[in-house]
Design a binder for this molecule. Structure first.
Ligand SMILES: [Zn+2]
Length: 617
């Protein structure tokens, strides 16, 4: 059994292991659509005159109702419309569909996260982060779009700088303030009175054939109108991508350039999911210019509004009664364990309901396999199995509550290989083995009754320094007895890369629930391993110490499920391609909704990945 488990890892973790071959270009799905995609992809009829170009038949304009996912049943499908025969009719259709989307999402309050890196020019590496900023909140998609913040400490100077005269960056109204506004082209006036629409061409985005239109505001149609390009899929005529800015700006106002992507997560609708923003001049010698890159991610569309709606489910007493059906009285130790499990279950459920934890899924099986490798080779036998869950946010963070280890999406993204993943997990496993459990107070359900946006004020899993030191020491022992013992050089490289960038990445390294990996610009986690392995050398193209953000984990913004990105390795051709811990544009591989993709059953383990991604390191 134990050997079998180790073998399983080899297959499951292939995608974690080929670090040297991993691309710095990986995105939520790295399949950049070439400009000539229409020629290379699928039979897109190349018709000459756009104005009379007949769009594809809209026979599937209304998706098959039988495809409805359970979560989406409450959402009405768009009404069937006759197939358009002219581009004018297509414009009418996508305008109508855009208004339909605004209406359908009006009662949703998804989580919105923006991570921003200010840039400075490095002679060798090009633009590199000079400082960073992080924002997290819930966005009310209703009439007055609002953004409640999970993080109470606001960076006022940043707001002032980015928005000129505006100061309410994160109280996002639809008039474009901040980063989350580009979910729609124009919330109130997306119509022919305010805009001109000009057909440009056909283009494939991923698997989806699109009609591309240039959108310009009519003269004197008011400030802050969308100016740019939209991609409209050719079956339901929904907008799937917006790229551009808003125009004209009021005096002292600054509108960012944005690339906004939607995913077909529910039948009939394409839901705003990723927004990439970039601004400024990155070239060397440019001073006093604002230059940044930012990623905005939206998820948690299917969360309950607010979080207090389900008080009744929070008050139920579940696992205690389940466990005691064996008709035996609990010994004091058993009672203690059940109590701790109850606390653990409460926390996991509460964080999931707040839109901060992914539901248990595929990715957890990979994480649990790594934990299992550490346990098996160290003869660790715990009364309950160790579970893992993925925190959906970007800051690099791990913590544990009871027997559940939580690791953030951002941290999984930047880890170069399986050994480094094992290293960060070993620290939390060490806390569990050493009995450093902080969670038991959360067995009282009243402690779970708070608003989602005050989650970070109500939950916390930070250990005292003595426990941190003890866990690091124990983690080292665990690693040295594990299959990862020979690969700790890679962990050392990762920690060196982290140390190099830590002073500039304060926001990415600020944890909200657990202990930080680095404090005050100094790596503190597993620092004994920092001297391990070769020196960091940017010129060695096969030395990949850390990956850019967004390279590994893919989140479904509707149901929050996390899975590994399936991206083909792309060769790194210069030191600038490495981009450790950096923000890059999004290029999700678009695909139409299928019930299978939305189903709750975990997808099969990627057993073929081992063959595809080479030998690893
Ligand atoms: Zn710790």
């Amino acid at each position: 059994m134990r050997n079998w488990n180790l073998l399983l890892t080899a297959a499951l973790l292939a995608s974690m292991s080929a670090a040297a071959q991993q691309s710095a270009e990986q995105q939520p799905s790295a399949q950049p659509t070439a400009p000539d995609a229409t020629q290379t992809a699928q039979p897109a009829p190349q018709q000459a005159a756009p104005a009379t170009d007949q769009p594809a038949p809209a026979s599937q304009a209304t998706p098959d109702a039988s495809q409805s996912a359970p979560a989406a049943q409450a959402i009405p499908l768009p009404a069937a419309t006759p197939a358009p025969t002219t581009m004018d009719q297509v414009v009418n259709l996508f305008i109508e569909r855009e208004h339909g989307l605004i209406k359908v999402l009006a009662n949703r309050t998804p989580v919105v996260e923006t991570y921003l890196q200010n840039l400075t020019a490095d002679p060798q590496l090009g633009p590199v982060p000079s400082e960073d900023h992080y924002f997290l909140g819930r966005m009310d998609m209703g009439e007055t779009v609002d953004r409640k913040d999970y993080l109470k400490e606001q960076d006022t100077s940043m707001q002032a700088r980015l928005l000129g005269g505006f100061h309410k960056l994160y109280k996002v109204q639809y008039q474009p303030l901040g980063f989350s506004w580009m979910v729609y082209a124009d919330r109130t006036d997306f119509d022919r009175e305010h805009y001109d629409f000009r057909y440009a061409r056909r283009e494939f985005l991923g698997d989806v054939r699109c009609l591309v239109f240039d959108v310009t505001p009519k003269p004197k149609s008011g400030r802050g109108r969308f100016l740019g390009r939209i991609w409209v899929e050719d079956q339901g005529f929904n907008i799937v991508r917006l790229n551009g800015t808003y125009y004209p700006a009021a005096h002292n106002t600054y509108f960012f350039h944005m690339d906004s992507w939607r995913l077909n997560l529910i039948p009939g609708y394409w839901v705003p999911s990723f927004i990439y923003s970039e601004e400024g001049d990155f070239s060397a010698g440019v001073k006093n210019r604002m230059a940044f890159k930012a990623q905005t991610r939206i998820w948690g569309y299917d969360l309950k509004k607010g979080g207090k709606d389900d008080e009744l489910t929070n008050i139920r007493v579940d696992s205690v009664t389940d466990e005691s059906t064996n008709a035996q009285d609990a010994s004091p130790l058993q009672a203690e364990r059940v109590w701790q499990q109850q606390a653990e279950d409460n926390v996991v459920e509460r964080l999931t309901n707040a839109g901060l934890l992914a539901p248990e899924g595929d990715l957890d099986r990979i994480l649990q396999t790594v934990v299992n490798n550490l346990e098996v080779t160290n003869n660790i036998d715990l009364p309950r199995p160790v579970r893992t869950r993925v925190l959906l946010t970007s800051p690099l963070e791990t913590f544990s509550v009871g027997n559940t280890i939580v690791i953030s999406r951002g941290l999984i993204d930047v880890l170069p290989d399986e050994a480094s993943l094992a290293a960060v997990l070993s620290h939390e496993l060490a806390h569990i083995v050493l009995g450093h459990n902080l969670g038991s107070k959360y067995a009282f359900n009243d402690r779970m009754l708070f608003d989602d946006d005050s989650t970070y004020q109500n939950l916390g899993f930070k250990h005292i320094p003595e426990e941190e030191t003890a866990a690091d020491k124990k983690a080292l022992d665990l690693l040295k007895n594990s299959p990862y013992a020979q690969k700790l050089d890679n962990v050392g490289l990762f920690l060196k890369a982290l140390q190099l960038r830590a002073p500039q990445l304060g926001a990415l390294l600020t944890t909200h629930l657990g202990n930080p990996l680095a404090e005050n610009g100094q790596v503190v986690r597993l620092s004994a391993l920092e001297t391990q392995g070769p020196a960091l050398d940017n010129n060695k193209l096969d030395q990949i110490a850390a990956l850019p953000l967004g390279g590994r984990v893919k989140i479904n913004p509707w149901n929050d499920k996390a899975e590994m990105v399936k991206a083909a390795p792309v060769a790194i051709t210069s030191a600038r391609d490495k981009m450790p811990f950096e923000v890059t544009p999004f290029f999700p591989r678009l695909a139409r909704f299928t019930a299978a993709a939305a189903a709750t059953a975990p997808a099969p383990a990627p057993t073929t990945a081992a063959a595809n991604s080479g030998s690893g390191n």
